[in-house]
Design a protein around this ligand. Structure first.
Ligand code: ADP
Ligand code: MG
Length: 616
């Protein structure tokens, strides 16, 4: 039989390679920006039209290319960045595979102008679908300008596969963020359809973040710094209260290269454990510097995933560095709920000098004197609050009489509303029969044993029923803000809020403007704070977006659920005795106290019998 294997022509091979390297306009942007960085540029300009579908241009002031190099740069496996395989483990450049320009030229109309500093004239090359159309001498500024037009013009399937302009633009902006954050010392600008999108002057890392994400970002950043033999870390994490519902601002850079790593992301999330609201994602901007020998970048064509030799150690260091920062900057005064809060030194106290401890001896103390004896110093007597706490454990356990007739059986009141109100009376009349555990649970004693209430969940139930009622009877109470509060949302997001406007007003929101891109609020629900409003609305929008389409009839329900989730007491919040009691009473005044609006348990009971068994 005849031989059937043949070598593919170059332009076909290039098109195949392009399938891996160039998925969408944003991939071209990434490759071109990285080339500009590798060329040692101090200023890089990105120009796009129609989300990059018609035009992508990158202009730099870097080292430029000689006539021969300019021509060669479009060949596959043509690179100035590595010479041998060993160099793969000593990379100091973004590129090294030598396939980006060849791939791009295979699937678009490309024009390149480039001049090296010492040359008077530069080179102008036009390529269409891997074919060189023209090559001329040209007068051009120092550096390189590459124009990529009509991407995927010869692969209609790919072109049709592209998403809408806003989506493709979003991807381009993401790449622009990644490269410009990795190189704050380089000036970047970006223009879309003739208007300026970004103008980023040369700066430090913090300023670069602020220039990209807005002035308000500055106050949200907590520095992270750690230097070890394996890795040097620097950068910032966002304060937990500003955490977003979407995974937007999460950046790892390893040796100035943006990378994705689910594993390291997990390290960050675990450092934030207990500090974030349900479903919120911490922001981070973290630079990791490691020995290039200890990583492999060549495991993925787009070079955004890399392999570390010692991933576990980096995980551990990252986690502890972030925990340390959050603790040090008083973001998380008690990260470890096991630890005694009294042992935590406030950050400012580090600088004050400690005074010598004084020993205060009560010479008149007589251990055999009776409790109310005058000689018994107050400091040796258990504090009032404490003793109340202890005594309260016995509330409801007395034989019928004093408390017995109003205490209830935990196993019954879930089903019997009468018992619910009886329980209310029980705790009202017996005083502080509650105790807060680990700033998470509220314990309350009942006749048959005790109740363990999850404070966050219980409060969700309470607020949910409150909001539902307010929306239905249209009687929300509002607190007036001193100054109108202007918030930034996108047009789409505002549209969502416009649809919910009436219902939101019944919960206490007062809008002075709500159209286009502007949102101005002059009043908020009494349970909300001014600083929390933006998070509440952000959560609400994301809840609406994630809502199952056909359940729109229950918009009121969704709104009440969302607000309840945002505004409820969180785990980690300490509650006064009054608040604890109020929580317990309000919970059992609810129609369905035993579950959250999304059907999770709000409390469990433990009977004395169960406890007894544990002691057997
Ligand atoms: P790689 O970046 O992996 O080397 P590319 O296909 O992206 O591969 O680029 C090929 C070569 O073209 C680079 O190695 C570099 O020498 C040259 N080059 C590309 N872009 C520029 C630029 N903006 N300035 C100077 N040289 C460039
Ligand atoms: Mg490159």
């Amino acid at each position: 039989m005849a031989d059937i294997i043949q070598l593919l022509p170059d332009h076909v091979a290039n098109q195949i390679a392009a399938g891996e390297v160039v998925q969408r306009p944003a991939s071209v942007v990434k490759e071109l920006l990285e080339n500009a960085i590798d060329a040692g540029s101090s200023s890089v300009k990105l120009i796009i039209k129609d989300a990059g579908k018609t035009l992508i241009q990158v202009v730099d002031d870097g080292c430029g290319m000689s006539v021969t190099d300019a021509r060669l740069s479009f060949e596959r496996h043509a690179t100035s960045k590595i010479k041998s395989a060993d160099d793969l483990f000593n990379l100091h450049t973004k590129g090294f595979r030598g396939e980006a320009l060849a791939s791009i030229a295979a699937i678009a109309h490309v024009e390149l102008k480039s001049r090296q500093e010492q040359e008077e004239t530069g080179t102008h090359i036009k390529i269409e679908g891997s074919e060189v159309v023209s090559q001329e001498v040209v007068v051009t500024p120092k550096g390189t300008s590459i124009l990529v037009k009509n991407l995927f013009y010869n692969i209609p399937a790919r072109r049709n596969f592209l998403k809408s302009n806003p989506v493709e633009t979003r991807h381009i902006i993401d790449e622009f963020h990644r490269v410009s954050l990795a190189h704050p010392n380089v000036r970047f600008s970006m223009f879309h359809n003739g208007s300026e999108v970004f103008q980023l002057p040369e700066s430090n890392f913090r300023q670069r973040i602020v220039n990209i994400f807005g002035n308000k970002t500055n106050e949200k950043l907590v520095p992270v710094d750690e230097s070890t033999e394996v890795v040097t870390m620097s950068g910032f994490v966002g304060k937990p209260e500003f955490a977003k519902k979407t995974r937007g601002e999460q950046f790892f850079f390893v040796n100035n290269r943006f990378i994705k790593s689910a594993y390291l992301n997990h390290a960050v999330s675990s450092a934030f454990e207990g500090l974030l609201k349900d479903g919120a994602h911490a922001s981070y901007f973290l630079n990791l510097k490691v020995d290039p020998q200890t990583i492999d970048i060549n495991i993925h064509p787009t070079k955004t995933e890399i392999k570390f030799d010692d991933e576990h150690t980096i995980y551990a260091i990252l986690r502890s560095a972030i925990k340390h920062s959050l603790g040090q900057f008083n973001i998380a005064p008690v990260l470890d709920f096991e630890r005694n809060a009294n042992l935590d030194t406030p950050y400012q106290q580090h600088k004050t000098t400690a005074s010598a401890p004084a020993v205060d001896v009560d010479r008149s103390f007589n251990p055999f004197a009776s409790d109310d004896s005058k000689s018994n110093s107050a400091s040796y007597r258990p504090k009032k609050e404490q003793s109340a706490g202890w005594e309260s454990l016995y509330v409801g356990l007395e034989p019928k009489g004093t408390n017995g007739d109003i205490a209830i059986d935990a196993n019954n009141f879930e089903t019997d509303p009468e018992h619910v109100s009886m329980f209310q009376n029980a705790s009202q009349e017996t005083g502080a029969a509650t105790y807060q555990l680990h700033r998470k649970y509220v314990l309350s004693s009942i006749k048959s044993g005790m109740l363990v209430i999850d404070q966050h969940r219980a409060h969700q139930r309470i607020l949910y029923e409150e909001f539902l009622k307010q929306i239905t009877v249209k009687e929300g109470v509002s607190q007036q803000l001193l100054f109108p509060l202007a918030l930034n949302f996108s047009v789409d997001e505002i549209k969502i809020l416009v649809e919910l406007k009436e219902q939101l007003e019944h919960t206490g929101f007062v809008f002075s403007k709500l159209e286009g891109e502007t949102l101005e609020i002059t009043g908020v629900p009494t349970s909300a704070t001014e600083s929390g409003v933006s998070i509440i609305l952000e959560q609400l929008i994301s809840d609406v977006e994630n809502e199952v389409p056909d359940s729109s009839f229950s918009q009121t329900d969704m709104l009440a659920k969302s607000l309840a989730k945002s505004l409820s007491i969180k785990t980690g919040q300490s509650l006064t005795k009054m608040e604890q009691e109020h929580l317990v009473n309000s919970l059992f005044a609810c129609k369905e106290p035993s579950t959250t609006p999304d059907n999770r348990l709000t409390f469990v009971t433990m009977t004395v019998d169960e406890l007894d068994k544990k002691f057997m």
